[in-house]
Design a protein around this ligand. Sequence first.
Ligand code: ATP
Ligand code: MG
Length: 247
Amino acid sequence: MLRPGEVIHDGGWAQVGRLLDDTGQPFIRKVGKYLLDGDGLAVLDFLAALEAEPHPNLLAPLAFSGAPGAVLVEDYPDLSGRRRLDQIAFELRNGLSRGDLALERVLDLVVRIAGAAAHVHRLGFVHQDVRPTNVFVHEDDGRLVPTLFDYTFVVRPFFLVEGRLFANLETPPEARVGYVSLDARYDVYQLGWLLRSLTHYEAGMDIWRPLTALPEGLGEVIACALGPLPDRFPDGGAVVEALSMRP
Ligand SMILES: Nc1ncnc2c1ncn2[C@@H]1O[C@H](COP(=O)(O)OP(=O)(O)OP(=O)(O)O)[C@@H](O)[C@H]1O
Ligand SMILES: [Mg+2]
């Protein structure tokens, strides 16, 4: 569906390309590699809900199409001028450890990413891919402003029976085991991972040391987000609240 010259990213789940509209303006088209069926159809409801209720830190589609047995096609504004969080994380971490980036700016960024996830949760969905590779960041009025995107794995909460073989470091441990509710707490775990990775370095296997002096409550927020499922914050909104209430 995308022509070879248009493709800017060819992933396992989708191709992403840059096209021109009727007026010659570029836009981004993402074309799925799998036919939509079953639980995967929830992404259509999510995109419709997001169109109806956009959020300042979630990338909203310009248009989308999909149906049972067809692939998902999504059009988005072209954000190629922005860098992704995984591309600037090194700079942010360096800035924190050298002391020339205020911790508050990074925490403000994470609060907004948590706010974006909270909106997904309020709409009744789980993002399942809240990782730095899926967040664009731009500066506005001295603030670091995130835009969360990539809705490939959006689902409604469900009961996960079989543990998943495909996992990365940011996959919550319970998803590997299975027989567990997969809900907003999946994204909470990923938010915890993201927050810890921006503010800590790994001194040894799973030994995390702060890059700069951190307020006391922050360690507890990270521990709760990354903690066992029953103790974890229930959703992104609770993470926003916990981060905003820090002393
Ligand atoms: N709106 C956009 N503007 C500019 N570049 C984009 C946009 N959307 C996606 N991209 C580029 O395409 C890459 C892949 O997009 P995306 O994360 O949506 O798909 P993906 O990671 O392949 O999805 P999957 O999780 O299914 O593998 C992004 O990392 C980004 O570089
Ligand atoms: Mg992605």
